[in-house]
Design a binder for this molecule. Sequence first.
Ligand SMILES: *Cc1c(COP(=O)(O)O)cnc(C)c1O
Length: 246
Amino acid sequence: MTSAECEVQNTDSALFPALQNIRERIAAACQRAGRDVTEVKLVAVSKTVSAEIVREAVAAGVTVLGENRVQEAEGKMTQLADLRSQVEWHLIGHLQSNKARKAASLFDVVQSVDSEDLAVRLNRVADELGKRLPVFIEVNLAGETSKAGAPTKESFALIAQVSKLPALELRGLMTVPPYLDDPEDVRPFFRQLRLLRDEAVQNGIADRSFTQLSMGMSHDFEVAIEEGATLVRIGTALFGARTYTL
Ligand SMILES: *Cc1c(COP(=O)(O)O)cnc(C)c1O
């Protein structure tokens, strides 16, 4: 039996009907794209969601949690310490350099590396902690000033720099594209991120472990999967509308 089959069998979807719905939509998008459903991982974005609800989601089968803020995540991790071996925690929000040490010690993956300065700091603290930290480079494809992420034109240089840092394991690229009413209009951004990854590998800037694409949110994840997403980050469609924003 494959691990994917185990995961489905262990899922108590009645506890969390939205999860079942999202899994079905992920599977349908994979089928349209001719992709294997095991290639796409769901990151349940639990920012602003209470530890109690997160616990229910984990009981229902969620295995990866995404948080935007180090401090908020730290509180939830403490409350959910007994689940530590069952879940991966990913930092998906902007990380300030002065919180790099705490982030490297708490999180399993940092998806939001967007500058060489931050990468160098994370590398130093990961080395001091004796761990190799998996990271993604976040790219700001549309150059939106309101958003984090490295400018597209600097992304190859950053990929090359991060690849050389021994305590970081560069897994791929992450993006938060513009919000557009019609998800089809977001497709060119998802495609662009895929092409950036492919080009970096073809040009030998990154090695073959640089494979992942973290892209697609509640509103547009199906299009992102059609364009090659390997991680989709879903909050609202899973937990409902957030009552406050970050
Ligand atoms: C909040 C957030 C998400 C999830 O957004 P939803 O629209 O609620 O699914 C995904 N990625 C990042 C970086 C976020 O900040």
